[in-house]
Write a protein that binds this ligand. Structure first.
Ligand code: G3P
Ligand code: CA
Length: 261
């Protein structure tokens, strides 16, 4: 059986958070292409449903921060969303950059990178986003290249049962509010990975999860000294807006990380 990419990649894995979002508008093809050029082994993206139930890659439920226009993603059709400019907010050189469909990302980097898809159906937790994403993964035969995460345990449960060959990751909010997800209660999902905020991990947390065979990937780390501390602590992966910086930090403390797990 083909091994999954999360077990094939050298650890710690650098996930380009929303693509190389330090250098290009988040969650756009430009940001994912740049992550690939910067040799990131993995990307993270946010998946959400349009009004006509197409899967697009976008972080917010509202379009205003990124496009400058008021609107709700789940009240717009894919065609309407395709008219929006998701690049100018970042820099005029990215003017006209589109909000991509998940399939466009698969076409661009699906066979080249590990893709962490965060299911973003927090306002509508019962919507068919998990089923729609699982169907696209199967259509593109990417079961071994994707990891699905969410703060919504029901969405992960649906993936676990409809597509058991796709690994899942439970996201935990930082601090007290994320305690339940980080506890043994969260483990009922039988997940492969736990994704806590970096401030909630320590050596004991990591050792406990490693004994259970879980990977510990932490979000979102952009400071080089913090990256170094987390790599030293033994995290399996970090989410960062600056994959180039993370790679430089990792290279500076090699060769201890040169072996595969
Ligand atoms: O997957 C980690 C991180 O992406 C979760 O938070 O708000 O950046 O989607 P957010
Ligand atoms: Ca995310």
């Amino acid at each position: 059986m083909k091994p999954h990419k999360i077990y094939e990649l050298k650890r710690p894995i650098i996930f380009a958070h929303r693509g190389a979002s330090c250098y290009a508008p988040e969650n756009t093809l430009a940001a994912f292409e740049l992550a690939l050029k910067q040799n990131a082994p993995a990307i993270e993206l946010d998946a959400t449903l349009t009004k006509d139930h197409q899967v697009v890659v976008f972080h917010d439920s509202d379009t205003e921060r990124i496009t400058g226009l008021k609107g709700k993603i789940n009240q717009l059709t894919l065609n309407e969303i395709r008219e929006l400019d998701a690049g100018s907010y970042f820099d005029s050189s990215f003017q006209g950059e589109k909000i991509p469909s998940l399939e466009e990302v698969f076409e661009l980097v699906g066979d080249k990178l590990l893709i962490n898809i965060e299911l973003k159906n927090y306002a509508t937790p019962l919507d068919p986003l998990p089923e729609a994403v699982a169907a696209l993964i199967k259509k593109w035969s990417l079961q071994h290249n994707v990891l699905i995460s969410s703060f919504n345990p029901l969405a992960l449960w649906k993936i676990k049962h409809s597509a058991p060959d796709i690994p899942i990751a439970l996201l935990a909010l930082d601090g007290q509010i994320g305690w339940l997800a980080r506890s043994q209660v969260g483990e009922i999902l039988n997940y492969q990975c736990i994704h806590p905020h970096y401030s909630d991990v320590n050596a004991r947390f990591i050792a406990t999860h490693h004994k259970k065979g879980h990977m510990v990937n932490v979000y979102t780390v952009n400071d080089p000294s913090l990256m170094r501390s987390l790599f030293d602590l033994g995290v399996d992966g970090i989410f960062t807006d600056d994959p180039r910086l993370a790679s430089d930090v990792l290279n500076s403390i090699s060769p201890i990380f040169e072996k595969k797990p």
